[in-house]
Design a protein around this ligand. Structure first.
Ligand code: DI6
Ligand code: FE
Length: 444
């Protein structure tokens, strides 16, 4: 195959006009940089399909009826109405695939998970239904700490295999990128083991981004010495994570039962010196200032947000911090205070939706179910729910330039669905209509 870098850039005057059209959100074929229109056919050409591009600002879902998608070198090289395909789009070497009129969307992105852990918390689930609260269980040494004990005891392979099983369930929902956090180790060895397990899952037909959740809970060895634990994380664990390049971002749990904004800020400042962006568990059970911290340090996202007020939302909008909504935890904990969806919408904060898959508060392994719950519980529109697992989820990971919409230049990570409209993705509860997934243009 010809190396893309060797190709001359197009001197075609149409390119400037085409980009201007894209900026005004009209749908036109947009050649990616480096694409020539003469003699460079696509590796793969998808035709006879409808595309929900999820590009914002135009028609609903950024939809293109009778669409075609040209793929080269694992990326989308062209997308538009099939009738506008360039004449030289296909050669004898192009794999032309007819999709039978099905809908193509960006591959889904689960941007907040704790997929790697050992054991389960079924007993706690029962205890909560018998009246105990999550906070009481945590205070009594259960909760996160019980998963920490199980995760410390597990081997690397056990962590990989148990997470791979949950990952298969996400893949059946069309997920092509998953974020995975550590945070059930609370010591150097186990945090590194969790992150290595997460990285190992990259070979299993998805792209993985990893987050070092350095401040999740206080380990018993540091009881009553939270600041000393933060010092330890900064001095001893974070540098080891960085040395092995095991994390793409860092996270902290800001709550009265976990860490203060000041402690989180100290950790985030240290991570920033290593070039790692921040994400936060913020305002899940109380208004503790997590969202305001997220805006102050320009975090990628603030996640949960049930107790965030409008002022926090305004600050998030100004700072470009994405909101990540986690209906699984809300349902599992039988919460009744919804996140401020209306304010987020009015102030145009990107709203992602994720599973928060974890053994304690969100034993949810279906991103499509999270979309349905976001609609049913909080009145997201089905279009917002799909944007929440594509465009907004990419933003929450700092990957908006690379994936999350169907646009020339982005990765050809796609999901193809047997649905009549993209709204149907949010309509079913517990049913995936996935027909096929592409990762880098290859059926996977
Ligand atoms: N994400 C978390 O990390 C915590 N809550 C949440 O939604 C605690 C998870 C746990 O209890 O294991
Ligand atoms: Fe979480």
């Amino acid at each position: 195959m010809t190396a893309r870098a060797d190709l001359p850039l197009p001197s075609c005057p149409r390119v400037a006009g085409i980009h201007a059209a894209a900026a005004s959100h009209e749908w036109m074929p947009v050649p990616s940089t480096g694409m020539t229109e003469e003699g460079v056919p696509f590796d793969t050409l998808l035709v006879d399909c409808r595309a929900a591009t999820m590009v914002a600002g135009g028609v609903a879902y950024g939809a293109i009826e009778a669409a075609a998608v040209g793929i080269r070198d694992g990326r989308i090289a062209w997308i538009g109405p099939e009738a506008d395909l360039p004449d030289d789009a296909a050669s004898a070497h192009t794999d032309v695939q007819r999709l039978g009129g099905r809908w193509v969307t960006p591959g889904l992105i689960d941007c907040h998970t704790h997929l790697v852990f050992a054991g389960d918390r079924v007993g706690e689930f029962e205890a909560r239904l018998n009246g105990a609260t999550y906070q009481e269980i945590a205070a009594a040494g259960g909760g996160i700490l019980s998963t920490v004990r199980a995760t410390r005891a597990a081997s690397l392979d056990q962590l990989i295999e148990s997470a791979a099983d949950r990952l298969e369930s996400l893949k059946r929902d069309g997920v092509t990128t998953v974020e995975i956090k550590s945070g059930y180790g609370l010591d150097r060895e186990t945090e590194l083991k969790m992150l290595r397990a997460a990285r190992a899952l990259e070979g299993r037909g998805v792209r993985v981004t990893t987050t070092y959740l350095g401040l999740h809970a206080l380990p018993p060895a540091f009881a009553g010495r939270a600041d000393a634990y933060v010092d330890h994380v900064i001095a001893d664990i974070l540098p080891a994570v960085v040395a092995e390049r095991l994390a793409d971002a860092v996270d902290a749990y800001v709550e009265p039962i976990a860490f203060t904004p000041e402690q989180a800020e100290r950790f985030f400042a240290a991570a920033a010196e290593h070039g790692l962006p921040a994400k936060l568990h913020a305002e899940q059970f109380s208004d503790s200032g997590g969202a305001r911290l997220a805006t102050r340090i320009r975090a990628l996202s603030a996640d949960h947000l049930e107790y965030a007020d409008e002022a926090a939302v305004v600050a998030m909008a100004e700072a470009g911090v994405a909101a990540v909504l986690l209906p699984g935890a809300y349902v599992a904990l039988r919460e009744t205070r919804p996140p401020p969806v209306d304010a987020l919408r009015r102030h145009a904060v990107a709203m992602a939706v994720a599973t928060d898959c974890n053994p304690g508060t969100s034993p949810l392994t279906s991103l499509l179910a999270a979309m349905n719950l976001g609609c049913a519980l909080w009145r997201l529109t089905p279009e917002e729910a799909l944007a929440g697992t594509t465009r907004a989820a990419a933003q929450a990971l700092g990957l908006a330039a690379d994936r999350g919409t169907l646009e020339a230049g982005k990765r050809a990570d796609l999901a193809v669905w047997d649905v009549s409209t993209p709204a149907e993705l949010s309509y079913w509860l517990g049913r995936s209509r996935l027909w096929r997934r592409y990762l880098g243009g290859v059926v996977s």
